[in-house]
Design a protein around this ligand. Structure first.
Ligand SMILES: [Cu+2]
Length: 374
């Protein structure tokens, strides 16, 4: 028992020391992006509701898409429209393995997967397979007509207890370190509230006064834009490269899940709740995701498309959406006095359906407060 404890202590000390190194190395990188974007007074949102640029809606058009198409055909196309690359941000039939990550967390996650998990799983599988083959051959009935009467071997039992414990500790320490990094985001440069709907996504930039819906394109429309089918959308979420983006997810109806593999993020969007995740895309481009929660008949048709652009292009995109960059004065700030009251009413009132309250009340004050505190 003493030997076991000693081994455990040594392994723990070793694991802790090695896990601390990447954590220290990551810290300055994570904080290096620091554009001043404190949360501002909640800007006007209604002016931008009509700014969506739905050219043509898909065959089975959700109600909001129809409204957008009718209201926003006249608006100019966004000033930026990057072309997606088959190498990044989307599935590729010729690829083996995960999508290349474009965020610091994603790179750490991929390193953890490729360097620790996969070799370990292969080694254990091969070891167990060889052990089985050896036992089958060496201890077969024909070669051992008289079975052994051994039942215990103390050394062997200690080894097969301690070794798996050491393996689990070796996995757990970097894993906890990675989790800690994921759940301790640096100060956000941009906050985006993402609302799941059956079956499309709504995006809101509460600090910039931008709000729009995003619907899937038909196969023909996607092909015309040289985009992958069932992943292309009419209105992309746009973020600046290198910025820390806080993503707040919620839903208007059922549980959805917002995920983009290249950013290494996936977060449930739950009615009546605000969940939070973050990413920092360090490469411009177009990155696709989907809804990861079975949410109904058209669950497979509510893709996500995120366009990562330069800061200058982002400012231009904000202007094209009639938004304003944080720090600039909003065009007109309507009275929001009634909104906080709606938040208090969201919980537990049978007469007011939750989805409506989520849309009307939760998002605005809560999002703004969170933006201000980080
Ligand atoms: Cu969904």
């Amino acid at each position: 028992m003493k030997t076991f404890l000693k081994l455990f202590a040594i392994a723990a000390a070793f694991g802790l020391a090695s896990a601390a190194v990447p954590a220290a190395a990551q810290a300055p990188a994570a904080n290096s992006v620091s554009s001043a974007t404190p949360a501002q007074v909640l800007p006007s949102r209604d002016a931008n509701a009509a700014a969506s640029t739905n050219a043509t809606a898909p065959a089975t058009t959700p109600p909001s898409a129809a409204a957008n198409a009718a209201a926003a055909n006249a608006s100019a196309p966004p000033p930026v429209a990057l072309n997606p690359s088959p190498e990044f941000g989307q599935p590729n039939p010729e690829r083996i393995g995960l999508q290349p990550p474009v965020s610091p967390i994603g790179e750490r996650g991929l390193w953890f997967h490729n360097t620790i998990l996969v070799p370990l799983i292969i080694a254990i599988s091969v070891f167990v397979l060889l052990l089985l083959l050896w036992v089958i051959v060496r201890y077969r009935r024909g070669a051992n007509p008289v079975p052994t009467r051994n039942t215990h071997n103390t050394v062997l039992e200690i080894i097969w207890t301690v070794v798996p414990v050491l393996i689990l500790v070796a996995i757990a320490l970097p894993s906890i370190d990675l989790l800690q990094a994921q759940y301790n985001p640096p100060r956000a440069d941009v906050t985006v509230k993402v609302t799941g709907n059956q079956w499309y996504w709504s995006y809101e930039y509460p600090d910039m006064g931008i709000q729009f819906d995003s619907n899937i394109l038909t196969d023909e429309q996607a092909a015309a834009r040289h985009e992958p089918r069932q992943l292309a959308v009419d209105n992309r979420m746009v973020v600046p490269v290198g910025a820390v983006v806080k993503v707040i997810t919620t839903s208007n109806d059922v549980i959805h899940s917002f995920g983009v593999p290249a950013f290494w993020i996936k977060m449930d969007a739950v009615p009546g709740r605000l969940n939070e995740t973050w990413f920092q895309a360090d490469r411009p481009g177009v990155y696709y995701g989907v809804c990861y929660e079975l949410c109904g008949a058209r669950h497979g048709y509510m893709p996500i498309s995120v366009e990562v652009v330069s800061r200058e292009d982002f400012a231009r995109w904000v202007a094209s959406r009639h938004g304003h960059m944080p720090g600039a004065a909003p065009a007109a700030a309507p009275a929001q006095a009634a909104q906080p009251a709606a938040v208090g009413a969201t919980e537990g009132t049978a007469s007011t359906p939750a989805p409506t309250n989520v849309a009307a009340g939760t998002a605005t004050p809560a999002t703004t407060n969170q933006g201000a505190t980080r």
